[in-house]
Design a protein around this ligand. Structure first.
Ligand SMILES: C[S@@+](CC[C@H](N)C(=O)[O-])C[C@H]1O[C@@H](n2cnc3c(N)ncnc32)[C@H](O)[C@@H]1O
Length: 301
C-alpha cells in the first residue's frame, strides 16, 4: 500500500523551498510531498497530520533527515496554537482530503468498494459515520447529503436510510451503499455524473461532515498570518468544488496579503492522470504572503 503524491513537480515549482527555509506540510499522509521538499533544498520541514496512523510513516523520515524533519499529530485548524509562539514558516502546503492509505485500509470505512465498519474518522476519535447514519433525524441527514455531497436525491436517500434503520442498525459501508443505490435506482443519480456510483456523493458528504473538513480548511487558512514569514509561499491542493470554494473565498477576502503565484489553477497532466487516476480531480492554487498587505494583486487562481 502506498500514496502517490499528486502534482509533485508543480508543487515544488510554486513553493520553491530554499536552503535554510522552514516548511510546514499540514497534510503529511505518506510523506511524499514532505520528502520532496526535504530533497529539493537544505530546508527544514515540520509535518502534521490528524491521523494517528501517520506517525509510523513519519518515523523513517526522522531517521533519514534527522533534525531537518519533525512530525506531530495535530489538526491543521490548530496550527496557530501549535506554532505561532515558536516558529514561522517560509513554505506551507495543504494537500486536502484523504490518503490512499485511508481509502485502501478496509477498517477505516471510507470506501464502499470493500465491506467495512462505517467509520470515516481521520482522527480515529469522535462521532463516526455509523453514529451519524443511525442517530440523525431524516431532515438532518438530507441536509448533510445535500450540503456536502451536492446530491440532488438527498431527501430520497435520507428517507431510505431512516426506513432501513427500522430493520436494524446500519453497520457497514456496503450496507449503506446498497441502501443509497436502491433508493435512487441502481445506476447513477445524475446523467452529468454518469460514471459515478450512486453512493459516491453520499459517502463524500458523510466523510466531510464527520471530519468537519470545510471548517478545518477555513480555520487553518485564517490562522496563516500568525505563522508565516513575509514572502512565504502557500500551496493548496483541492479535490472537489467544495474545498476549492473555501480556498477561493478566503483568497478573495485576503487579497492584499496573499497574491496568486500561478495566474490560473494548475491541474495534473494527462500523463499524471494515466499513471495515478486518483490525481484526476486535483487542483493546485498557490499564493505569496505579504506581511504589510501592500501587494500588487493579479491573477485569478
Ligand atoms: C491527500 S493526503 C496527503 C498525502 C501527502 N501529501 C503525501 O504525499 O503522502 C491528506 C492527509 O491529510 C490529513 N488531513 C486531512 N485533514 C486534516 C486536518 N484537518 N488536519 C491534519 N491533517 C489532515 C489526512 O489524514 C491525510 O493523511
Amino acid at each position: 500500500m502506498s500514496h502517490v503524491p499528486v502534482l509533485l513537480s508543480e508543487v515544488l515549482g510554486v513553493l520553491s523551498p530554499k536552503d535554510g527555509e522552514r516548511c510546514l506540510d499540514c497534510t503529511f499522509g505518506g510523506g511524499g510531498h514532505t520528502r520532496a521538499l526535504l530533497d529539493a533544498s537544505d530546508c527544514c520541514v515540520s509535518a502534521i497530520d490528524r491521523d494517528p496512523d501517520a506517525e509510523a510513516r513519519a518515523a523513517p523520515l526522522k531517521e533519514e533527515y534527522g533534525n531537518r524533519f519533525d512530525f506531530s499529530i495535530c489538526r491543521f485548524s490548530e496550527i496557530a496554537d501549535k506554532f505561532a509562539e515558536c516558529r514561522r514558516f517560509d513554505v506551507v502546503l495543504f494537500d486536502f482530503g484523504i490518503s490512499s492509505f485511508q481509502v485502501d485500509e478496509c477498517d477505516r470505512g471510507f470506501s464502499f468498494s470493500k465491506d467495512a465498519p462505517l467509520d470515516m474518522r481521520m482522527s480515529k476519535s469522535g462521532a463516526s459515520a455509523r453514529d451519524v447514519v443511525n442517530s440523525f433525524a431524516e431532515g438532518e441527514l438530507a441536509d448533510i447529503i445535500w450540503t456536502y455531497g451536492e446530491e440532488h436525491a438527498s431527501r430520497k436517500i435520507a428517507a431510505a436510510i431512516v426506513a432501513a434503520r427500522k430493520e436494524g442498525t446500519i453497520e457497514t459501508t456496503v450496507q449503506l451503499a446498497d441502501i443509497v443505490r436502491k433508493s435512487v435506482g441502481f445506476g447513477t443519480t445524475n446523467k452529468k455524473y454518469s460514471k459515478l456510483d450512486a453512493a459516491t456523493k453520499t459517502f463524500q458528504a458523510l466523510r466531510i461532515f464527520v471530519n468537519d473538513e470545510l471548517r478545518e480548511i477555513s480555520d487553518a487558512l485564517a490562522q496563516l498570518p500568525q505563522i508565516l514569514n513575509d514572502g512565504a509561499r502557500v500551496a493548496m491542493i483541492s479535490f472537489h468544488a467544495l474545498e476549492g470554494r473555501v480556498v477561493k473565498n478566503w483568497a478573495a477576502a485576503n487579497k492584499p496579503h496573499f497574491s496568486p503565484i500561478n495566474k490560473n489553477v494548475i491541474k495534473p497532466s494527462l500523463a499524471e492522470i494515466r499513471k495515478n487516476p486518483r490525481s484526476r480531480s486535483a487542483v493546485l492554487r498557490s499564493f505569496a504572503y505579504n506581511d504589510r498587505g501592500d501587494v500588487a494583486v493579479g491573477g485569478g487562481a
